[in-house]
Design a protein around this ligand. Structure first.
Ligand code: FES
Length: 319
């Protein structure tokens, strides 16, 4: 069953040396084709993008002529040194290489943001092929370039991966700040609240989290006493789960330390178990950064009873 998403036709037409029209073969069409094949193979894209030989494409004066379908993008004057840019920017990144575009060719309307290659192919880019950017070394197609990943190519492939809403992999760090309500221990106050989470992606949809959350709030010993300030901090371990590519829920359990200001009697510390529940949505993702909104509730138990903190806020995460 055919699996190609794209065909890249490279003109390799050959004419006699004295033919006034010239030919793409004489300008290096075969070398461009060979390099393209090698790059696609090295990046694990050969099963989804086909490099095809083409006869004359009627753009002889602009050769070497290359056309990419289905987006119908025509490149002219292509050299071996342009191949990596076409592969990385266009075939992986989904953006045409403007400087190589032939004028007056009927490109598709949305050519500036073209579909990217599949996630599996991107994985191939990162793991197998490694996005190698290098000058032409003249080796034939049967001798693919080394597989050491080039940082620029890797970054571009990862940028392209942002088009997918799939959560990233590896270590994560998230910080959320907002405001909410704390109820319990004889108080009911609106408060500022913050949460700092470190995590590690366990599965494509699950992140194991370690969290420190805290807030401060006021209370009065009596209606006539001064306002006193308590702080509440929790250390929690749990998991965050992506229900959809951008919507997540999380839960965690751990310990809470509540510091109560007793006025002239000093402060007292109360330690007890705590649990957290939260939900959020990823709103904007750029490279490794995600900006989102979330809500969370933390319940702690100490000798004064139940202390429930609910908060909504905005967050920034790095995946
Ligand atoms: S020879 Fe290549 S376009 Fe005509």
């Amino acid at each position: 069953m055919p699996s190609f998403q794209r065909h890249v036709f490279v003109c390799v037409n050959e004419r006699p040396p004295d033919d006034p029209r010239g030919s793409c073969h004489a300008k290096g069409g075969a070398a461009v084709r060979d390099r393209l094949k090698a790059e696609l193979k090295a990046r694990g894209l050969a099963k989804t993008i086909r490099a095809n030989n083409a006869g004359c494409l009627d753009q002889c004066a602009r050769g070497v002529s290359v056309v990419v379908y289905p987006e119908q993008v025509w490149y002219g004057g292509v050299t071996v040194d342009d191949v990596v840019e076409i592969v990385e920017k266009h075939l992986i990144g989904g953006e045409v290489v403007e400087r190589l575009l032939m004028p007056d060719q009927p490109h598709v309307d949305a050519r500036r943001r073209l579909p990217i290659v599949s996630g599996a192919a991107l994985l191939g880019v990162l793991v197998l092929g490694g996005g190698v950017a290098r000058a032409d070394d003249g080796k034939p197609a049967s001798d693919p370039p080394p597989t050491k990943p080039d940082p620029l190519a890797q970054a571009k492939a990862e940028d392209a991966n942002l088009e997918s809403d799939a959560p990233r992999q590896g270590v994560t760090i998230s910080f959320a700040v907002g405001g909410g309500l704390v109820v319990g221990n004889g108080t009911s106050e609106t408060i500022p609240a913050a949460s700092l989470r470190l995590g590690h992606v366990a599965t494509p949809n699950t992140v194991i989290t370690l969290e420190i959350a805290g807030g401060t709030f006021q209370h009065k010993e009596s209606t006539t006493s001064d306002i006193l300030y308590d702080t509440s901090g929790s250390a929690l371990a749990g998991a965050l789960y992506y229900v959809t590519p951008s919507l997540w829920i999380r839960g965690a359990g751990g310990v809470n330390v509540h510091t109560q200001d007793n006025g002239t009697a000093g402060t007292s510390k109360m330690v007890g178990p705590a649990g957290a529940f939260g939900a959020g949505v990823d709103l904007i993702r750029r490279r490794f950064w995600v900006f989102g909104a979330e809500m969370f509730a933390i319940t702690a138990i100490n000798r004064n009873g139940l202390l429930v903190t609910g908060a909504m806020g905005i967050g920034l995460s790095h995946y």
